[in-house]
Design a protein around this ligand. Structure first.
Ligand code: ZN
Ligand code: ZN
Length: 333
């Protein structure tokens, strides 16, 4: 089969590799679609260490074509693959938060991923039925929508009078805007790019702030119609974290989902009543992915995708790096 494999220090290569073997408990999925994610650029850049050659791609949907002993999933079932694989034995995995077990187990990071014709999945709990969803639509939902869904869930108990700020309207931020709007809050979108802000307004943002032209915290307070209860940072730079923190109202939540590597001081503030919560989110859980698929099946999520082939994968990653992919690129092998 074909696979796009990352060789540490030497980039991505499209190679012929053996189809994975299926052992007890495993499933073999014929891949219909794999989302091309900004995280892959961080992997290619060495920001997250990958010790050995690995097939990248962690947003997979396809069809179960083979099952190992003990697996009760019918062959031919269309599935979305949950990618935050864990050990499946610890207390964290037992409550369905396998993505928090050990990042080294994740699909497309510690294990061969979905830029390939076939994928071995180690457990039936990691495949969720598509039940009518198109695989090209479903693939990016497994991360690009799942992570912002968790971010909104971690944003405190939102009420309709609250304002939620979404920073960075790329692949994840476009879903962040939609979920924050669904939660009932006023949504303020922040980005450097006017076309991404226009996109945010189409997806339900009530107001936008162009960070290239305005002083961000002041511009947010100008347009916020209620307490800024949460700021969701889908970038993760020093600047975006500072904007998020400065925008928050009393008791606000800063939720960091972007893996840009920025940081921010955390200290008691003698000048203001604050009681802020800072937290990170890492991907989402199995039950949260089930929720995301339910919302998508209901027709309540706008998912724009652009199918690309193996031959276009490298140029697509280059375009993603240059900020030129407005939709979600999806490899359809
Ligand atoms: Zn991703
Ligand atoms: Zn575990």
């Amino acid at each position: 089969m074909r696979a796009a494999r990352f060789h540490p220090g030497d980039g991505l290569r499209i190679e012929e590799v053996p189809r994975p073997d299926v052992g007890p408990g495993d499933l073999l999925v014929e891949i219909a679609a794999c989302g091309v994610c900004h995280s892959d650029l961080h992997l290619l850049d060495g920001d997250m260490p990958i010790p050995r050659p690995t097939t990248l791609g962690h947003e997979v949907a396809g069809t179960v074509v083979e099952t190992g002993e003990g697996v009760d999933v019918a062959e031919g079932t269309g599935v979305a693959v949950f990618g935050g694989w864990g050990c499946r034995a610890c207390e964290v995995c037992e409550r369905g938060e396998d993505q928090l077990c050990n990042l080294a187990n994740w699909l497309g990071i510690g294990n061969d991923g979905g830029y390939a014709d076939y994928l071995r999945v180690p457990a039936a709990k990691y495949v969720l039925p598509l039940d009518g969803l198109d695989p090209t639509t479903a693939a990016p939902l497994t991360d690009a929508a799942l992570t912002p869904y968790r971010a909104v869930r971690q944003a405190g108990d939102l009420v309709p009078a609250d304002t939620v700020v979404c920073i960075g309207i790329g692949g994840l931020g476009q879903f962040g805007v939609q979920f924050a709007a669904m939660a009932g809050a006023q949504v303020v979108a922040v980005d450097l790019n006017e076309s991404k802000l226009a996109r945010a307004r189409e997806l339900g943002a009530d107001a936008t702030v162009n960070a290239a032209e305005e002083r961000v915290p002041a511009a947010i307070s100008d347009v916020a119609a209620g307490r800024v209860a949460a700021a969701l940072d889908f970038v993760g730079s020093d600047d975006t974290l500072q904007w998020a923190s400065n925008a928050l109202g009393v008791g606000g939540h800063l939720v960091l989902a972007g893996i840009g590597g920025g940081s921010i001081d955390f200290s008691w503030n003698p000048l203001a009543g604050e009681e802020l919560t800072y937290r990170t989110v890492q991907w989402g859980s199995v039950p949260e992915l089930r929720d995301v698929l339910t919302v998508a099946r209901r027709g309540d999520l706008t998912v724009r995708t652009e199918p690309v082939g193996f031959d276009d994968l490298q140029s697509t990653l280059d375009r993603l790096r240059a900020g030129e992919v407005d939709t979600r690129a999806v490899l359809t092998p």
